[in-house]
Design a protein around this ligand. Sequence first.
Ligand code: FES
Length: 109
Amino acid sequence: MTETARLIIARGTAEAPGQHESFDVPFQPGQSVLDGLRWIRVNKDPTLAFRFSCISANACKECMMRIDDKVVYACLARLETREMMLAPLANKPLVRDLVTEIGPPAERL
Ligand code: FES
């Protein structure tokens, strides 16, 4: 039997925030939460919005989000065989799902 991780993910837009959706993700030791999100997008819901770029190089900081109410990098956080609550950053404007506006206003075109 395959172990699973359950990701409970905040969904919605700035106009309609506050929904949550639960996904069971096949677990393999060493996977990151970002690996789980990428699995969901490929296998369950291609509309799930989250950002990443460097994947575990800790260089881009685009995968920053709240996991169990702590701000972390999803590419460095380990996936675990339990329920994990994923939410966007609380102090940034919400774009959609786990994506917030993280660029400084002067850099937004
Ligand atoms: S994807 Fe770049 S820091 Fe996580």
